[in-house]
Ligand binder design. Structure first.
Ligand SMILES: [Zn+2]
Ligand SMILES: [Zn+2]
Length: 97
């Protein structure tokens, strides 16, 4: 189970940034609700949805994607934060195995 995101109190997630690997993803208020932004100055990485702390295991060219997974919605399961990853739309993927 993934822990629920508390949008109201904007609690730090403590989840490590996968880009700089130094900052953590903290919620900040964005235009359309909270986004989860790397705390490290100059990194600029963020995800628009609550990260689950898990990494995408989707194989792309024999390599694991490794991007952060974010929480899905009622109709979409947890998915990859990388917009170029096919696992961004897991509900459209044909289940493998
Ligand atoms: Zn970062
Ligand atoms: Zn991915």
């Amino acid at each position: 189970m993934t822990k629920d995101c508390k949008f109201s109190d904007l609690e730090p997630t403590g989840i490590k940034c996968t880009v700089c690997k130094k900052g953590t993803l903290d919620p900040v208020r964005g235009r359309f609700g909270p986004i989860y932004k790397c705390t490290r100055k100059g990194c600029g990485f963020y995800v628009e949805t609550c990260p689950t702390g898990k990494k995408c295991q989707f194989l792309r060219d024999e390599k694991k994607c490794g991007a952060l997974m974010v929480k899905g919605t009622k109709t979409i399961p947890n998915r990859c934060s990388d917009k170029t990853c096919p696992n961004r739309s897991p509900h459209k993927l044909v289940k493998q195995k």
